[in-house]
Each structure stands twice: as C-alpha cells, then as structure tokens.
Design a binder for this molecule. Structure first.
Ligand code: BTN
Length: 267
C-alpha cells in the first residue's frame, strides 16, 4: 500500500483516487452505514445538491428494491449507491432514466471483466440467469418536469455463495462468484460511473434511442414471448418494444398492444 488509503473500504478518499469522470460523483457522500442511500440523496437533492452528487454506503439498514421489496445490502460486500440527476426532462420521461443505469453497469462488466451480462425488463442485470444488479429510481416533479431524479443502483460485488439468505440463494449472484476472485469495488464503481457519465451526456444531446437500443441488444427476451406478473394478473404475449417513455409494449395473441408500466417478467 503506497498511501494511507484502506483499499478494502469505499472511503471518500479511495473513491476520489480512482474516479475517471469529468463531473459525475465529484461531489460525494460516503457512509459506513445508512438507512438507504436513495433517501439521503433525495433529501440532499431537495436541499439543492448538485447534479451528479453520489451517495454511497458500505451497508444499508433498509435497502429498498422495486415494488416495495427489501434489498439486501450487507456490509462491505456490494456497491449500494445513488446519484442525483437533474435532466430537465418532462415528467413523462422519468421511466427512461433507469435504462442508463442498467446499460452502464452491463458495459462496465464487459469492459473490466469480459463478462456477458443479460438485461431483464425493467432493469435487472443478470449473469447466467441470476441477478447481480438492480436499479431503483425515484423522482420529484415540478411544473410537469423532473425536478430531480435519484438513480439508485445496487450491485452484488463480493458476496460468496455462503453469504446468501435462503431466499436469494437460487436467484442472486455476485461478481466474485462469477469471476472466482474478489473484486476491487472502487475500480468497478469508477468504471460504472464513467459509462454512466458518457451515456447520460449522450441522452441529453441526442435522446434515449441509443441507450434503449443498447439495452435491447443485451435482452434475450426482446421480441420473444414473455409472461408479465402484475399484482393481480399474469399477462402473456410478445415483448414487442420499449416505447418513447420506457414502458414495455406487450403484443397479445389477438394483436392488441398493451403498455406495461410495472411488473415482473416471470418467463
Ligand atoms: C430492484 O431490483 O428491486 C432495485 C434494487 C435497488 C437497490 C439500490 S441499492 C442503492 C439504492 N438504495 C436503495 O435502498 N435501493 C437502491
């Protein structure tokens, strides 16, 4: 070790040493333990924190997933972080922001580790059919526009097989399990942030066509038959498209096109 930086901990110093971005995450808050990084980022955003502010924690006591689920966020194992974005887009476009997260994580996995991740709608990143990363974005709106949006990203990095709870054992994986070696979380974070900065800037300049196309090419179910589980029903059909607001378009056997805003792809 050449400096006083502890390489096993995601400290502010360690993150700043490896960061490769021009502006993203230059303002950052690094916690040992927090309820959830999304809530802290949300409050900072309400208080006027800058676009690109990063909030990260070694552990979340109340990590949150989509559809009010719990998100397991054990100490020192993963990357649990949230980014404040202020894209200035109409409120109707908020559903497109999470695609920036999942594609950036997939790109970072390909670039740093030569892994071949798949994406599952809406924004799960999977390896060999098991979940490695999930995205939860939460927005505040003002006058029909996004005032800010919190892009929350959870990445299973250094969990070992024996770390999983019984519920996660068969459905989750980590970078360490797939690569059969411990990963440097700060380096991986820096690569994700670099991809995210590039993708976000591109979306601001040219819109979301590129990111959605980059999402589709990594989704094996795109244009295939799927089953969507919603609260009270299952819908079957063909994954026909992702529309201009990020919703899934399901084409049923009768040829109807249904817009799916939320749900789980169970097949
Ligand atoms: C999901 O797949 O259900 C989404 C999981 C999102 C988890 C991340 S971890 C950082 C941020 N803080 C949270 O409480 N949730 C998101």
């Amino acid at each position: 070790m050449t400096s006083g930086v502890n390489f096993n901990v995601l400290s502010e110093d360690r993150i700043k040493t490896v960061l490769k971005t021009k502006w993203l995450a230059h303002d950052l808050f690094a916690f040992w333990s927090i309820s959830t990084t999304n809530d802290f980022a949300y409050r900072r955003a309400q208080l006027g924190a800058k676009e690109g502010t990063l909030v990260i924690a070694e552990k979340q006591q109340q990590g949150r997933g989509r559809l009010s689920r719990q998100w397991d966020s054990p100490f020192n194992r993963g990357l649990w972080f949230s980014i404040i974005l202020r894209p200035g887009l109409p409120a109707s476009k908020a559903g497109l922001i999470p695609y920036l997260g999942s594609v950036s994580v997939a790109e970072a996995m390909e670039k740093l580790y030569q892994l071949k991740p798949n994406l599952k709608w809406p924004n799960d990143v999977l390896i060999n059919g098991k979940k490695m990363c999930g995205i939860l974005s939460e927005a505040e709106f003002k006058n029909g526009k996004i005032d800010f949006i919190i892009l929350g990203i959870g990445i299973n990095a250094n969990q070992k097989e024996k770390d999983w709870t019984p519920e996660l054992k068969d459905i989750a994986t980590s970078l360490r399990i797939e690569l059969e070696k411990r990963v440097d979380r700060a380096e991986f974070l820096a690569e994700v942030l670099l991809q995210l900065e590039k993708n976000y800037e591109d979306s601001q300049l040219t819109g979301f066509k590129n990111i959605v196309n980059n999402w589709k090419v990594r989704c094996p179910k795109y244009h295939k038959s799927i089953v969507v589980q919603q609260e009270n029903e299952q819908l079957e059909g063909r994954f026909a498209d992702i529309d201009e607001n990020g919703f899934l378009i399901l084409e049923t056997e009768s040829g109807d096109r249904k817009k799916i805003v939320a749900g789980d792809l169970i097949k």
